[in-house]
Write a protein of this length. Structure first.
Length: 279
């Protein structure tokens, strides 16, 4: 875990936030989630983010920041890459990172849903997410306006949004994935960076410190509502979100299966994935 509270870097983050003109819906905290689409640790962090959203989502907004390239480039290389992207026209193959930014042009929630579908396509279905067909399928599953997504996939706004992500990752000195940066809108120059996967209690502790109060968590929804909302969830994340053992989580999902509300759709390594059954 690393703490990151310096005036210089907090002002850099604040400047980038203002430049992007993001609507934060008056929530006091923004959590920047620095993520690589093919990073297994970023994928493993998802249950903690889901749980945090369910219990304390009224206090913060999550913003994915794509930083696949910035962890492997020097600052000079990053500038060169930015220059090339700005001057390039339609590429022969779409960039899945630009795909996430294109989806985000339809709203923050749309961008997060698309990001999740791309991760599912990569980790669960072993699809080539550099193929346009795979990205369009993800857009359909995320409920996006597919025609608009196709148009935005190679657009200048999508490229500019990605370049902004690269700049933020560089300025915030992100050198490990996953990384979460908590940015306060209620206390000036108050920013906290936490790297790697930590305990859920660590994330709650930071959030409460940033809020300067100790709110009670919101009651979690019934499992069927959770499954209906996310459409596909893993056994592990159900156990994490609901504070159940793996055995108890498996039993609850099997009960929904008997009620024809859930079905097991994938077994991956030591995990299994369950999908919602539309009535």
């Amino acid at each position: 875990m690393s703490w990151y509270i310096t005036k210089e870097n907090a002002s850099q983050m604040k400047s980038n936030v203002n430049n992007r003109s993001i609507d934060f819906l008056n929530k006091p905290i923004i959590i920047y989630n620095f993520v690589d689409l093919t990073c297994s640790n970023c994928w493993s962090l998802e249950p903690y983010i889901k749980k945090l959203l369910l219990e304390y989502g009224m206090f913060f907004t999550v913003r994915p920041i794509l930083c696949h390239d910035t962890l492997h480039l020097t600052h000079r290389d990053s500038i060169t890459t930015s220059h090339m992207m700005k001057k390039s026209n339609r590429t022969t193959k779409p960039n899945p990172l630009l795909g996430v930014k294109a989806a985000g042009l339809q709203g923050n929630k749309a961008g997060r849903k698309f990001l999740r579908k791309v991760q599912e396509a990569f980790f669960l279905e072993q699809k080539d997410i550099n193929e346009e067909k795979a990205l369009i399928e993800c857009a359909e599953k995320a409920g996006l306006d597919v025609d608009e997504f196709k148009s935005d996939l190679y657009s200048l706004p999508a490229r500019k949004a990605f370049l902004c992500d690269m700049k933020i990752a560089d300025e915030m000195d992100v050198n490990q994935l996953p990384t979460l940066v908590f940015f306060s809108q209620i206390v000036e120059d108050h920013t906290v960076k936490i790297s790697g996967i930590q305990t859920y209690e660590a994330y709650v502790y930071i959030l409460k410190k940033m809020l300067q109060k100790d709110p009670l968590p919101t009651k979690k929804p019934p499992l069927e509502d959770f499954l209906r909302h996310y459409r596909m969830v893993s056994l592990n994340e159900v156990a994490i979100v609901y504070d159940w053992s793996l055995e108890e989580a498996s039993l609850k999902l099997k009960q929904l299966q008997l009620m024809q509300m859930a079905k097991k759709v994938k077994i991956s390594r030591n995990n299994e994935f369950w999908g919602y059954v539309q009535p």
